[in-house]
Design a protein around this ligand. Structure first.
Ligand code: BES
Ligand code: MN
Ligand code: ZN
Length: 504
């Protein structure tokens, strides 16, 4: 137990956290706190010899009673004997050492935090002895902290303040400095995730295209160049599809561009769907799902959150987010079914359904991204179709591309960060033929997620392009692992990991 080894220097620099989140400090010394958290893998029994006799006996009895073998995620919680310096001891199963990675540690952190919060624990000392012999122990510990903090960030602004405990964590790790620097990297990504989550969770009347543009402007302090185009400029540039979808609300549409230029290479464009509320328009949504449509800007939020993460990381990447923002509302000025819109690409679109609005705003945003940035790769991210939700549910996002390399890279990135993607086909372009225009905005039944993707393909030109359909992934109704209920920030960790790992 390194905590009992008298260490020369106890590093206890507090990693900066906002007032309402979990507190961390990494050191090589075990602090005295109300809860002690120990870990054991299936490979090796934890050494408990540092505990006083009574505490140890109590814990050993509980572990035996529960037949604890270190199964991943299993927790045995023991209330400590009266003379113990701890209030409780929680033994956490790590599973097999070989299966420990970013994905599993992050999940474990999320579940541990939820558990400690439910037990009203205020301070916890985590002893990571069980993994200190592994080569990547610092990364694993940092990922555990990442999972804790990801689970901790909830959107509570509309709640009467409850006294949910703020858990302060003391990590007893072998190499505190290395763990701290690994965690600092993840913290940048975290902040991008939190931005995306907060933008998504915010109610639609307070997160209009103009509100979103203001939030984007705040990234200027990080060296991000932010450009905002207003409806008149959209019309001037010929972006008739984006402009039309925004026409039903007073303030109209916006194109928001946020560029982090970390190097001089050809940029990567992230194109986000930013429908701040999707009523369906004249094809109004009739089901209960309409009440979740504040989250229809989650693609834009993920694109912006990723740019924030890259800027904070001072990453060696050139990435630009292009976000088509509009509220799809019903009003006298709304676009109507049967309208024909002219996109900036030059293709005209017959609107057979005003509820298929995401592909309309994306078509012009994709055109803008190509025209102004000539990107090497363009990834669009959008809560695009109910069809995707029916096909894949909320555990996978849909990925569409002709580019196998990009699909592979993003699939691997998704596995590393628990934001999984599953490939669905393109094709069925012929289903989008219109009698009056170049395209119609819906297919005729069948594979809705694919016809939506095929619509977008018309606007990718010859740029390497990937479409991510994150419908169903953006707003969660219950907490799971490292993701609390509410806006999930889905896509920020996926895209950040991909940018950092594949594009550096
Ligand atoms: N924003 C919705 C898609 C959606 C559905 C997102 C469920 C999140 C959860 C999108 O704009 C939409 O309404 N799509 C329609 C398209 C249809 C009219 C062709 C759909 O999928 O039903
Ligand atoms: Mn819609
Ligand atoms: Zn929509």
């Amino acid at each position: 137990m390194s905590g009992l080894r008298l260490s020369a220097v106890a590093i206890s620099l507090l990693v900066s956290q906002s007032a309402f989140s979990a507190q961390f400090d990494f050191s090589d010394k075990l602090s005295q706190t109300d809860a002690l958290v120990l870990f054991q893998s299936e490979n090796e029994k934890a050494s408990l010899s540092f505990l006083d006799k009574d505490t140890r006996a109590q814990l050993e009895k509980a572990l035996a009673t529960e037949a604890f073998t270190g199964t991943f995620g299993k927790m045995v919680d023991v209330l400590a004997p009266v003379d113990s310096k701890y209030s409780r001891i929680v033994m956490v199963g790590l599973g097999n050492n070989e299966d420990l990675n970013a994905s599993t540690m992050t999940k474990l952190g999320g579940n541990l935090h939820a558990y400690l919060e439910s037990k009203k624990v205020n301070t916890a000392a985590l002893s990571l002895d069980a993994i200190e012999h592994l080569a990547n122990h610092a990364e694993l510990s940092a990922q555990l902290a990442h999972g804790i903090n990801l689970r901790d960030h909830t959107f509570d602004v509309y709640k009467k303040t409850e006294n949910t405990p703020i858990v302060s964590y003391h990590f007893d790790v072998k190499n505190a400095n290395e763990t701290k620097s690994q965690y600092a990297k993840l913290e940048h990504i975290q902040k991008g995730v939190f931005l995306a989550r907060d933008l998504t969770s915010e109610i639609a009347t307070r997160m209009t295209p103009v509100d979103f543009a203001k939030a984007a402007k705040e990234l200027e302090s990080l060296g991000v160049t932010v450009t905002i185009l207003e409806p008149e400029q959209l019309i001037e540039l010929g972006m008739g599809a984006l402009e039309a979808v925004g026409r039903g609300s007073k303030e109209g549409a916006r194109l928001v561009v946020a560029h982090y230029k970390g190097n001089d290479s050809t940029p990567i464009a992230l194109v986000g769907k930013g429908i701040t509320f999707d009523s369906g328009g004249y094809n109004i949504k009739t089901g209960e799902s309409i009440s979740r449509m504040k989250s229809d800007m989650a693609g834009a939020a993920a694109a912006l959150g990723t740019v924030k993460a890259m800027a904070l990381s001072k990453a060696d990447v050139n990435v630009v987010a292009v976000m088509g923002m509009a509220a799809n509302m019903v009003s006298q000025t709304s676009f109507a079914p049967g309208d024909v819109l002219r996109t900036a690409e030059g293709l005209t679109v017959e609107v057979l359904n005003t509820d298929a609005e995401g592909r309309l705003v994306l078509s012009d945003a994709m055109w803008y991204a190509r025209k102004h940035f000539q990107p090497e790769i363009m990834v669009d991210i959008a809560t695009l179709t109910g069809s995707k939700v029916r096909a894949l549910g909320d555990r996978y996002a849909g990925i569409f591309s002709q580019d196998d390399t990009l699909v592979n890279e993003l699939t691997l990135a998704g596995k590393r960060v628990n934001e999984n993607v599953w490939r669905l086909p393109l094709g069925y372009k012929d289903m989008l033929k219109s009698d009056i225009a170049d395209l119609k905005n819906i297919g005729s039944g069948g594979p809705g997620a694919t016809t939506a993707a095929s619509f977008l393909e018309h606007f990718a030109g010859d740029t390497r392009w990937v479409h991510l359909d994150i419908a169903g992934n953006a707003l969660s109704s219950s907490a799971k692992d490292e993701v609390p209920a509410g806006g999930t920030g889905f896509g920020v960790r996926l895209l950040s990991d991909w940018l950092l790992q594949s594009k550096n």
